[in-house]
Design a protein around this ligand. Structure first.
Ligand code: ADP
Ligand code: MG
Length: 501
């Protein structure tokens, strides 16, 4: 494991420094039209209890039928994190009573999960991820059912239940306790989310609850054995995950340093107060009376099925980033930024497809994307899929800069007009007369005028005040409304003015 450059995260206690240890259990809703064991729809935002089949409502005698698509997505996810795929897995019943769980048990996989150990590369350094990477182990991924949702705010004295989510397929992705700071935990979730979205096994929408984490935290003195952990349930934003870790680590240090002991328990996060509260003491597996679900056969995967899952994977973020850097010659930073989200990478690649020699335009296109396009989209509050300018239109604009038709400065102006009107760059340049003047004769004439009306400055320049060169460039560009080719202006000025002093 490579060490992080950022100084190691430590809690400063009265008795010295404390290390923080974090393991995350991420629940990711599997992208699938139907639920894990029924044909009911999984669409988000429907009227309560309109997407509940007899299986989801646990009517007597109903039998679960495994949704193959969910299995496929879990296997693809395992392959995407280089995990071991278990050709034999099995479903268990995890028994507990709660009003949002009509079955009285959740079907999960305790003893034989579908995916074994894997790993995820993370980095805290966005500018140069390769130099400061760290490998986080994934212990397992198993498939399980989601529960329904209780609604306590609909009626003054009663609670309602919405079973739409009941039976929706989840992957539980369990990390090793390899994370050691709030930032690392966030980087891990960000990377995991990116991978899931690349392969399309989960939409990663944290606001809608498609991705949420149980956050396990413990503290220890550096070098000592692992401390007792607490688990904070259902944390549903990147910011909250970090807040939970900060709060919980500090709380544990305070408890231990004042002579107390950490008890293994389940806690809840209250974002309004930014604190965690004890919910219940931690149950062990035996509290749930786990046993193999008698309604479901063990799941046995064929080699062909796994092979097809593998073949269906797109180029993944790490591979793509390496290719952008090594083949397309992008800076480490641009390669990282453009591959963080699949949509961004696809947009960029569509732009490159407009040419036979992508290496030649890749760097300038990447610079333009990360500064101009991202800046504009940011201002407008749009995602890249909603960009008013298409990759082909961007290619046209970049082409005009590359062949000297317009300067980079004028290009900014043209881009603004493209965003407003949706017109193509060539059309705008022609209509507005923004074409760059590279004709030496025309530029020489303007230079002569500038020199004639600034004789004193010409004398000063020739007398040694070489800083005045910029003044002449500025005056010439101004006289030509910014449309002169700056390179030609520079060359001609040097020729006419001669060397300073
Ligand atoms: P359970 O099934 O009871 O939740 P696991 O052993 O599967 O327990 O661990 C759950 C999560 O807790 C994993 O992500 C693991 O990395 C993390 N974890 C285990 N021990 C510790 C610890 N001492 N401190 C922080 N996290 C831990
Ligand atoms: Mg757990």
């Amino acid at each position: 494991m490579v060490s992080m450059t950022e100084s190691t995260y430590r809690i400063q206690g009265g008795t010295g420094e404390w290390e923080v240890v974090i393991g995350l259990e991420v629940h990711a809703q599997i992208t699938s039209n139907a639920k894990l064991f029924s044909g009911a729809s999984t669409e988000f935002g429907a009227e309560p209890n309109t997407q509940v089949s007899l299986v989801d409502a646990a009517m007597p005698g109903m039998l679960p039928v495994l949704n193959k698509e969910c299995v496929r997505q879990a296997v693809r996810t395992g392959l995407a994190i280089n995990a071991q795929i278990n050709k034999y897995s099995r479903f268990d019943r995890k028994n507990y009573f709660y009003a949002d769980l009509p079955q009285g048990y959740q079907i999960s996989q305790l003893y034989h999960p579908i995916v074994g150990e894997g790993k995820i590369e993370i980095s805290l350094d966005e500018k140069n991820p390769d130099a400061h990477g760290k490998t986080i182990g994934v212990e397992r991924i198993h498939i399980e059912q989601d529960a329904g949702k209780l609604m306590h705010d609909q009626h003054p004295t009663m609670s309602y239940v919405d079973l739409n989510r009941c039976g929706v397929a989840l992957m539980e992705i369990v990390s090793m306790p390899d994370l050691t700071s709030p930032k690392e935990a966030a980087a891990y979730v960000r990377k995991l989310r990116s991978i899931l979205r690349y392969i399309g096994s989960c939409d990663g929408n944290m606001e809608q609850g498609s991705m949420r984490a149980d956050v396990n935290v413990s503290v220890r003195k550096p070098g000592e054995k692992l401390g007792t952990r607490t688990e904070t349930k259902n944390v549903n934003s990147m910011r909250f995950i970090q807040q939970v870790i900060e709060y919980e680590a500090q709380r544990q240090v305070d408890v231990i340093e004042s002579g107390g002991e950490i008890v293994q328990e389940t806690r809840l996060f209250d974002p309004d107060r930014n604190e965690t509260r004890s919910m219940r003491s931690k149950e062990d597996a035996h509290d749930y009376r786990y046993f193999p679900d008698p309604d479901l056969l063990p799941l046995e995967l064929e080699d062909d099925f796994i092979f097809d899952c593998k073949a269906s994977l797109p180029e993944l973020p790490d591979e793509k980033r390496a290719r952008y850097k090594n083949v397309l010659g992008l800076s480490a930073y641009n390669a990282a930024v453009l591959t963080a989200e699949h949509e961004t990478a696809l947009w960029f690649e569509e732009l490159l497809e407009t040419t036979d020699k992508p290496e030649e335009i890749a760097s300038s296109a990447a610079n333009w994307l990360t500064s101009e396009l991202f800046g504009a989209l940011n201002k407008m509050g749009l995602s890249i899929e909603q960009s008013p300018v298409s990759p082909q239109q961007a290619a046209e604009l970049l082409g005009l800069i590359a062949d000297g038709t317009i300067s980079g400065k004028i290009a900014k102006q043209v881009f603004e007009i493209m965003l407003e009107t949706g017109d193509g760059a060539t059309k705008i340049v022609e209509e507005k007369g923004l074409k760059q003047e590279s004709d030496t004769g025309a530029i020489e004439k303007v230079i002569a005028d500038v020199m004639a009306s600034n004789e004193d400055k010409v004398a000063q320049y020739r007398g040694g005040k070489d800083k005045l060169f910029g003044f002449f460039v500025g005056q010439t560009m101004k006289a030509m409304q910014g449309k002169a080719n700056p390179q030609v202006v520079n060359e001609l000025l040097k020729k006419v003015l001669g060397d300073a002093g």
